[in-house]
Design a protein around this ligand. Structure first.
Ligand code: A2P
Length: 324
């Protein structure tokens, strides 16, 4: 049993985390719900019991907390994750603040579960598109080795929070640069000096870190599309060894965290409606790229709020139960 704090418990991902903790019967002794002073006093139900949201402060982790799952943005994580870790609280952080920091593990439980062993106390949860993409390529990585990857994403508005959802539903521009209604926007987050967006560079850098492989050659284009929930990613991947397509299909049939949905004769391939409200990555459209040697194309969808954020964080917390 663990004493668990959820930081950002009133937010979209925080609420989903509570739902997932409850669904998975996470062994919780004491539960502490933390948010800003705006939500202090708010009541939230968990497992048929009512909890009162408390204001996060420096003393929030002084007692009765073994583990804290953060989803309250980078600034909150920057300040409070080290405070919690110093008090020997195991932190799972959903923000991007600690992901690329050396000695802070970045974990996808289907890929590098052993990395949760970390003396620093903070474990980072990867970017949503990165989680589903790394799971989708893992069978290929293990069997043939990977030389190069090109990711192209089709990302749902829920990944941009409540404002993103509002922009799609009400045709406002509170979050996005342009109307997302009847538009696709080839910009997620801000542009960096190299002409790529921050979201694209997250996919490049985080993928290398998760596989512990700096030699991977990766490029990415991230696009926001007018879809409420579930990201799709098109992946072009060049392997180190040549492959047999039937063998690739066999690999995907019982791959961890993956549902193979690929029967083009019957027009069957992954859809957002498949992955919504699930924790699986749906993979399909697997085919040889006839323009390049040792290369194939595939396509995947996954629920960006569940597997792309809340569920992955809770799975990390499950691994940490052995460490507390
Ligand atoms: P609050 O509801 O009090 O604003 P979202 O990304 O869906 O907007 O959620 C952000 C989450 O992070 C919310 O739970 C929000 O709480 C919380 N949060 C934002 N700023 C702070 C802060 N300074 N201290 C604690 N929690 C914060």
């Amino acid at each position: 049993m663990a004493n668990v704090a959820v930081v950002g418990a009133t937010g979209a991902v925080g609420r989903k985390m509570l739902e997932v903790l409850e669904e998975r019967n996470f062994p919780i002794d004491n539960l502490k719900l933390l948010a800003s002073e705006r939500s202090a006093g708010l009541k939230i139900n968990y497992n048929e019991k009512e909890y009162v949201v408390e204001r996060l402060d420096e003393n929030s982790f002084d007692e009765d907390v073994d583990m804290a799952i953060f989803s309250a943005g980078g600034a909150v994580s920057e300040k409070f994750a080290p405070i919690a870790a110093k008090k020997r609280v195991k932190v799972v952080d959903n923000s991007s603040k600690w992901r690329m920091v050396k000695d802070i593990p970045l974990v996808v439980p289907e890929i590098n579960p052993e990395d949760v062993k970390n003396e620093n106390g903070i474990i980072a949860n990867p970017n949503c598109s990165t989680i589903q993409s790394t799971i989708a390529i893992k069978p290929l990585y293990d069997k043939y080795g990977i030389e190069r990857i090109a990711f192209t994403t089709y990302q749902a508005v829920s990944g941009a929070g409540m404002k993103g959802v509002k922009d799609l539903k009400e045709n406002t521009t509170t979050k996005f640069q342009y109307s997302i209604v009847d538009n696709t926007i080839a910009q997620i987050d801000v542009f960096e000096e190299n002409g790529y967006t921050k979201e694209e560079m997250k996919m490049v850098n985080e993928t290398k870190k998760i596989f512990h492989d700096d030699n991977l050659k990766i490029t990415a284009t991230a696009v926001r599309v007018p879809i409420l929930n579930s990201h799709a990613v098109s992946i072009n991947v060049t392997l180190k060894e040549d492959f047999d397509l039937d063998e690739v299909f066999e690999l995907y049939k019982d791959a961890k965290g993956i549902v193979l949905k690929d029967d083009v004769e019957n027009e069957i391939y992954p859809l957002q409606e498949d992955s919504n409200d699930t924790d699986m990555v749906y993979v399909g459209r697997i085919r040889r790229d006839f323009s390049l040697d040792r290369t194939l194309n595939l396509y995947c969808t996954a629920d960006n709020i569940r597997k792309g954020a809340a569920t992955n964080a809770v799975q990390i917390a499950e691994l940490l139960l052995k460490e507390i």
